[in-house]
Design a protein around this ligand. Structure first.
Ligand SMILES: [Zn+2]
Length: 240
């Protein structure tokens, strides 16, 4: 057959039509459908910094079976990013790979301090609507201690509200996995470097305990990590 003046086979013509239709459908979805959906999403247009704690030389807390906190933090962070972007949020990560951030500045002699300063700098530069710092807890003397704990800066009313919502939603995730964890109030803090120096509202989320065998197993499970990500997204919807 002929398309204009070019002679093509029927197969080629059909392929061409198909590609054209697929492109048109994609553009329609991207430019017409998604913006309408985002109009009704409380997360649309919000900027969120996700800070996966530790990385590189700094493994965070650990277990002798080889489990490292830094990997869990990043794994949940990547899932959370995906969920938030799907809801129309703009997400900035302090790290997207297994690295420490101390190389980003020269503001302290301590490597650990430089790493924390780098995270604070990113948060303050991006100036998001909220930031979320993801961590795993440890309590060496009490292996029975478990469940999520959320920290906020003592005088930030916004952060406290966000912390309460996330704490409640995370407890539900444990409950839905058949785990009874005790109810907690989020913790007011005025000494953690990140909370003291980051200007926008935000929280440190200790997702569970490395030192508790059940928590440790759950936190490494991809399905459970997805549930944590969805729970945080839900809490953010309520917050906004
Ligand atoms: Zn940590």
């Amino acid at each position: 057959m002929r398309i204009f003046w070019i002679k093509v086979s029927r197969f080629k013509a059909l392929t061409l039509v198909f590609v054209f239709l697929a492109a048109a459908m994609f553009l329609f979805w991207k430019n017409q459908v998604l913006p309408v959906f985002w109009m009704y999403s409380p997360l649309a247009g919000k900027t969120i910094v996700i800070d996966p704690g530790h990385g590189g030389i700094d493994g965070g807390t650990y277990h002798k079976d080889g489990t490292l906190e830094k990997h869990i933090n990043l794994s949940v962070a990547i899932k959370l990013k995906r969920v938030l972007e799907r809801s129309g949020a703009k997400v900035v990560m302090t790290r997207t790979k297994d690295e420490s951030l101390d190389y980003k500045n020269n503001k302290s002699k301590s490597r650990h301090k430089r790493d924390l300063i780098a995270r604070v700098d990113i948060i303050n530069e991006v100036n998001p609507d909220v930031y979320l710092s993801l961590h795993v807890n440890a309590e060496r003397n009490s292996p029975a201690t478990r469940g999520p704990m959320v920290f906020y800066y003592r005088t930030s009313e916004e952060s406290r509200r966000l912390a309460e919502l996330i704490q409640a939603r995370l407890e539900e995730v444990y409950k839905s996995a058949g785990q009874e964890v005790r109810k907690r109030k989020p913790y007011a803090n005025s000494s953690l470097f990140l909370l003291c120096n980051a200007k926008p509202p935000g929280v440190i989320i200790e997702m569970g305990f490395m030192t508790n065998a059940t928590d440790r197993k759950l936190l490494q499970n991809a399905e459970f990590q997805n549930k944590i990500a969805s729970a945080i997204e839900l809490a953010l919807r309520e917050y906004f």
